[in-house]
Design a protein around this ligand. Structure first.
Ligand code: PLP
Length: 360
């Protein structure tokens, strides 16, 4: 095996090594069928098994109740920014958006093409460094849905509660924290996530949808963005992202071995706590995010001196810890510590931060 680094990329990001190794052993001949998963028909019995297994495992791990469909789609999370309003806003013509970062703001902007969108809360006033509380949400009881992004990948904030919106369906972008903790799916109308952080390679988007919400799409809804099309055809209206679905199945097995989502939640808390502790106790580094809104997935920090930040990123990379540069719109550093980042990677980063703090 070649050299592996601890890759702190915000996405696409690390996959469990055992998953990559298993995929490697099966890459030319999937379990004796004489071809790669990349080469097989999506309608073949072999692939059908892979597909059904991945769906069943996903349902069991996330505890998805009856009455909800799991869709394996393409187009990335961004395509859902359009699909959500196209499918849901026809109900009342209005929707509420909580704007807590770049991606929720993009989703809001996209939705304004299709209806009247209200900003139910925004944390822009303090540079998206906090999550609004329940009492700060300005809710419209007539909204077709309430939209929020559970974890703000760029700003390093994460909702620590599920908004209570009464009968208004909740729509959540969980791209950067899905499968990292148990979630009460029954509280949601739609959960969606791009796969490339915690689930699989880029190219797969998972949508969990309460079935009764489908079938109310605007007449202009493109065929491929219509949830009803995909529910009726079990995500197979056209060719699904077969390879990504296969890898997702392997990742779900790996998650099971880690103690499922309860196990993942314990580990991710420990990993994040280690990092926030060393940052908060350092001389050099600060984290601008309000302590009650800090993300367990994306830990943002900085020295306040752009040259020193660049030195940190460069020296960390030379030491085998890559992609620690913060998002270009924010600067500083960002350590993305999704499920597949091992504890040892975080411990190594903590030691590096401590040493850098002493030396500079
Ligand atoms: C929270 C969140 N939503 C949406 C996106 C966009 O995802 P995609 O590139 O799959 O469209 C990202 C990408 O990083 C993200 O972090």
């Amino acid at each position: 095996m070649g050299k592996r680094v601890y890759n702190f990329s915000a996405g696409p990001s690390m996959l469990p090594l055992s998953v990559l190794e298993q995929a490697a052993t099966e890459i030319t001949d999937y379990r004796g069928c004489g071809m790669s998963v990349m080469e097989m028909s999506h309608r073949s019995p072999v692939f059908d098994r892979i597909f059904q297994d991945a769906q069943e495992k996903f349902r069991r791990l996330l505890n998805v109740p009856d009455g909800y469909k799991i869709l394996f789609l393409q187009g990335g999370a961004t395509t859902q920014f359009s699909a959500v309003p196209l499918n849901l806003i026809g109900c009342t013509g209005t929707a509420d958006y909580a704007v807590t970062g770049r991606f929720s703001d993009s989703a809001r902007k996209e939705a304004t093409k299709y209806g009247n969108i209200s900003v139910a809360a925004s944390s822009k006033d303090r540079g998206y460094t906090y999550i609004p509380t329940q009492s700060q949400l300005n809710l419209d009881s007539e909204a077709s849905y309430f939209y929020y992004c559970a974890n703000n990948t760029i700003y390093g904030t994460e909702w620590q509660y599920i908004p209570d919106t009464g009968p208004v369906p909740l729509v959540c972008d969980m791209s950067s924290d899905i499968l990292t903790r148990p979630v009460d799916v029954s509280r949601y109308g739609i959960i969606f996530a791009g796969a490339q952080k915690n689930m699989a390679p880029a190219g797969l988007t998972v949508v969990v949808i309460r079935e009764d919400l489908a079938g109310r799409e605007l007449p202009i809804t493109p065929l491929m963005l219509n949830y009803k099309t995909m529910i009726d055809k079990d995500s197979m209206f056209n060719t699904p992202p077969c390879w990504c679905i296969y890898i997702l199945g392997l990742v779900l097995d790996w998650l099971d071995e880690q103690g499922g989502l309860a196990g993942m939640e314990r580990t991710k808390r420990k990993k994040a706590q280690l990092l926030y502790d060393v940052i908060d106790h350092s001389r050099l580094f600060t984290c601008a995010v309000a302590p009650d809104s800090r993300s367990d997935m994306n830990v943002v920090f900085r020295t306040g001196d752009a040259a020193l930040d660049a030195k940190f990123v460069g020296e960390a990379s030379a030491a085998g810890m890559t992609n620690l540069k913060g998002h270009r719109s924010v600067g500083g550093m960002r350590a993305s510590i999704y499920n597949a980042m091992p504890m040892e990677g975080v411990e190594k980063l903590v030691d590096f931060i401590t040493a850098f703090d002493r030396a500079n």
